[in-house]
Design a protein around this ligand. Structure first.
Ligand SMILES: NC(=O)C1=CN([C@@H]2O[C@H](COP(=O)(O)OP(=O)(O)OC[C@H]3O[C@@H](n4cnc5c(N)ncnc54)[C@H](O)[C@@H]3O)[C@@H](O)[C@H]2O)C=CC1
Ligand SMILES: Nc1nc(O)c(N)c(N[C@@H]2O[C@H](COP(=O)(O)O)[C@@H](O)[C@H]2O)n1
Length: 215
């Protein structure tokens, strides 16, 4: 993975991930299967990142980790993924019919993942792409996930942003001074302008972080 943001914004992300010790921020941290497969992220809190940063940026030495949550319809997540090896009780939200004739491969992947401690939430018959409210309700009722940080990637972020404040309480955007890629994040239908509410901006080294609400 090539990092885009600088070390101070990376540290800010770590602070946002931490939950329980200083302020209860997020019970879970969610990415799509694209990010899981491409980046193999750890999705945890890492106090060691404090080394060589400013003395005010203190994370607790024994952090409480948010639960990693992956939207992964067909269980592409390998049992050797970092989120599995770290044993922070990862949850994979999938959607398949266990009695379908094509399900033997996916059932094998399910049992391999469960054998290494992954919890599988199968929202059978539900398309994960257009049922974000249903996913949030299930995570709350089954796993007591009441607050969630959506970290990426572009397709998952687009799914949440297009629902506006029905699904998103707070938007945190890191802007690094560089141009990358050809496909951006989609935030609306393309025919209207989305005005963000109460924006605040803070500079971290060369990066800028925008925090705001959605209409
Ligand atoms: N610059 C940054 O801060 C970040 C960048 N990324 C980058 O994003 C890239 C991955 O982005 P994408 O390919 O767009 O993958 P993604 O991480 O958004 O996952 C998309 C996959 O998730 C599945 N999915 C399940 N439910 C979904 C839903 N409700 N909405 C959308 N997809 C759903 C889709 O079937 C699709 O295969 C990675 O290469 C990573 O480096 C990821 C996180 C942060
Ligand atoms: N490519 C990229 N550049 C950045 O500057 C980023 N902040 C990210 N963020 C995403 O966050 C995850 C980091 O993995 P760890 O949990 O810290 O191991 C990962 O999914 C990145 O895509 N990405």
């Amino acid at each position: 993975m090539h990092w885009l943001c600088g070390q101070f914004t990376a540290l800010e992300t770590q602070r946002n991930r931490e939950h329980g010790t200083v302020v209860h921020l997020c019970d879970g941290i969610l990415v799509g299967s694209g990010t899981l497969v491409n980046d193999n992220p750890r999705l945890n809190v890492r106090p060691e990142l404090l080394v060589s940063s400013d003395s005010t940026a203190v994370l607790s030495s024994a952090p409480s980790h948010p639960r990693p949550i992956i939207l992964d319809s067909n269980l592409r997540t390998p049992p050797t993924a970092n989120i599995v090896l770290l044993k922070n009780r990862p949850i994979i939200v999938c959607s398949f019919n266990p009695s379908s004739t094509h399900s033997s491969d996916i059932l094998k992947r399910q049992s391999d993942l469960e054998a290494v401690g992954v919890q599988i939430l199968n929202l059978e018959g539900v398309s994960l792409h257009d049922n974000i409210p249903r996913i949030l309700t299930a995570l709350k009722s089954v796993y007591n996930i009441n607050s969630l940080m959506i970290e990426g990637g572009s397709r998952v972020i687009s799914s949440f942003l297009t629902l506006g404040s029905n699904a998103v309480d707070l938007l945190v955007v890191t802007v690094a001074p560089m141009f990358v890629g050809i496909n951006g994040v989609k935030a609306n239908d393309g025919n209207s302008i989305v005005n963000l509410s109460d924006p605040t901006y803070k500079q971290f080294g060369r990066d800028m972080v925008l925090v705001s609400k959605l209409p």
